[in-house]
Unconditional design. Structure first.
Length: 443
């Protein structure tokens, strides 16, 4: 016998071991043996009769559960086996919650504790009611627009078009029978969700040389239904280039990253983020990449590798996911990452970088790295801005500082600073005067 997630040995009984029983009950159940050393050596117990009476009483008094307790003779010595069954409600010991992880006992705190309690209660975060919220907080026109979209997507019956709004929301579990609104109802359809839920925010930033070089930023708030379109609109207008191409005589403008993949990543962040965490969805735009981050690690047993192939759909926010499914924004088959990967590959871009980072999920879109100019010159590593400057000089040796500023996305003074660094390193040289001259790449 060895210790594992469902087996533990104790040489003698101590009341503090009640937390181990608490952990068994909160996880998969298990057996606690008294009279066995941690290495499996049988030592036996004294006063087994008294322990057989005291231990069950203490478990009932302190944990509120019953266990099966029995004495056994092994190698001629008496031991006690406490068999703990898993329970469907959260169990605490001295107001603290414990679970088993492998052969260890871990105390739950903060986010992990909140998720544990919600899971035990078989509800998701967005199903919890907001007692002070009222039907007047919801945008009726937005709800009607949702119903119309859901009917057109064949994911809501035609009868819903003429149905009472409150009844429709009740059928979708967004409003409880007593009229109380859920968190999901407020996030999806409220005029001002920020009034009740402070985390319904997306931040977009444009960065230059590094994360400290913030060039511009925007904060997007409001209902979740309209949020994907708001984000994409501002990315198109302010943050991303749309190179022009022609197919025959037809003029085409495409974003530097595939819009279909971007939209899917944005939807993924909105639907699956952990709104209980006091953080915002962030979208960071750089010269060579775009990074989307949302709080909330992958739901067990999902892993990053599993996301890249067919996998079951796991929902952190069941009600929000259902509404986005009804209007055709997402599918219910866990294919979002596969779609993003496929579309990005078709556009000729590098593979998406998907990772768990800082308590959340991060998706990074990378630009086409086919042409790389001077990534290392004389063993000197260049910044991304400097690489971009070199690329543009290679294309047009007479390019102006103003034009470089526009293409690289940083201020003219920062362009000048980087040009000085490149000149000092012996990588470029200015031939002729400031006006009328040109740049030459030396190495």
């Amino acid at each position: 016998m060895n210790e594992n997630q469902q087996t533990e040995f104790k040489e003698l009984w101590k009341d503090e071991f009640l937390k181990h029983i608490c952990a068994f009950a909160n996880t998969l159940g298990g057996r606690l043996y008294i009279g066995i050393k941690f290495n499996g050596t049988i030592v036996g117990v004294k006063d087994s009769k008294k322990l057989m009476e005291d231990i069950p009483n203490k478990i009932i008094q302190m944990l509120g559960i019953t266990v099966n307790i029995d004495s056994k003779i092994i190698e001629g010595k008496e031991i006690i086996e406490i068999h703990v069954l898993p329970v469907s409600v959260p169990i605490s010991y001295h107001s603290r919650y414990y679970i088993r992880s492998g052969s260890t006992v871990q105390e739950l705190h903060g986010q992990k504790l909140r998720e544990f309690i919600l899971k035990k209660d078989n509800i998701t975060w967005d199903e919890i009611i907001i007692p002070t919220a009222q039907i007047g907080d919801l945008d009726i026109n937005l709800i009607r627009r949702f119903v119309s979209k859901a009917v057109n997507a064949n994911r809501l019956s035609v009868e819903a078009l003429n149905e009472d709004i409150t009844l429709s929301l009740k059928k979708l579990d967004l409003i409880k029978e007593n009229g109380e609104l859920t968190r999901a109802a407020i996030l999806l359809f409220s005029n001002n969700p920020h009034k009740y839920i402070r985390t319904a925010t997306v931040k977009i930033g444009r960065f230059g040389l590094n994360d400290a070089d913030l060039i511009s930023h925007d904060i997007i708030e409001g209902n979740l239904i309209d949020m994907p379109d708001k984000i994409l609109d501002i990315l198109r207008i302010k943050y991303l280039h749309s190179p022009i191409s022609y197919e025959g005589i037809e003029r085409k403008e495409r974003l530097e990253y595939p819009e279909k993949a971007l939209r899917e990543a944005i939807l993924n962040a909105i639907v699956h983020r952990d709104y209980g965490e006091q953080t915002d969805i962030t979208i960071r735009v750089y010269n060579n990449k775009l990074v989307i981050w949302n709080s909330g690690l992958l739901i067990s047993p999902l892993t990053v590798d599993m996301l890249k192939k067919e996998h079951p759909s796991k929902r952190r926010n069941a009600l929000i996911a259902n509404i986005f499914f009804r209007i055709g924004y997402i599918e219910a088959w866990g294919r979002g990452i596969i779609l993003m990967t496929s579309v990005t590959k078709e556009a000729g871009l590098p593979e998406l970088l998907i990772e768990e980072y800082a308590g959340g999920v991060q998706i990074t879109f990378l630009k086409d790295a086919a042409e790389k100019v001077g990534e290392k010159v004389g063993e000197k590593d260049l910044s991304e801005n400097q690489k971009t400057i070199l690329k543009e000089i290679k294309k047009n040796s007479r390019i102006t500082i103003s034009k470089l500023s526009s293409l690289v996305g940083i201020a003219e003074k920062n362009i000048e600073k980087n040009l000085k660094i490149l000149k000092k390193a012996g990588i470029i040289e200015r031939i002729g005067p400031a006006k009328g001259g040109y740049w030459e790449i030396i190495n």
